[in-house]
Design a protein around this ligand. Sequence first.
Ligand SMILES: [Zn+2]
Length: 113
Amino acid sequence: MNARHVIDTLTSQGIRLVVEGNRLRYHPKESINDDQVELLKTHKQQIICLLSRPEPTDEASWPDTIDGHALEPCPKCGTLELWENLAGNWRCLRCDPPTRWRKFAAKHGLPTS
Ligand SMILES: [Zn+2]
């Protein structure tokens, strides 16, 4: 059982977990059994981490660089959804999707794979 699982199990039983600084509180105390107290102790730091940090958004999980290339959002639509063509250029997935590139490459006799 991981920390996430412990949180889900306890909250589904109506137990509220509250982080206060570096302390983990739970109530109502009478609803929790000894095994679950042990689980909370075992995973305390991770649970505190999970509860005090908001869920990462897709945007936050994007790396700053891919293979040393700085990721610049598309100047037209601002998306960070990019793909790299065979020439090593980063293209916008929305404004310049790979399908368009493949058609262009086919038309001009460029290799596409
Ligand atoms: Zn774009």
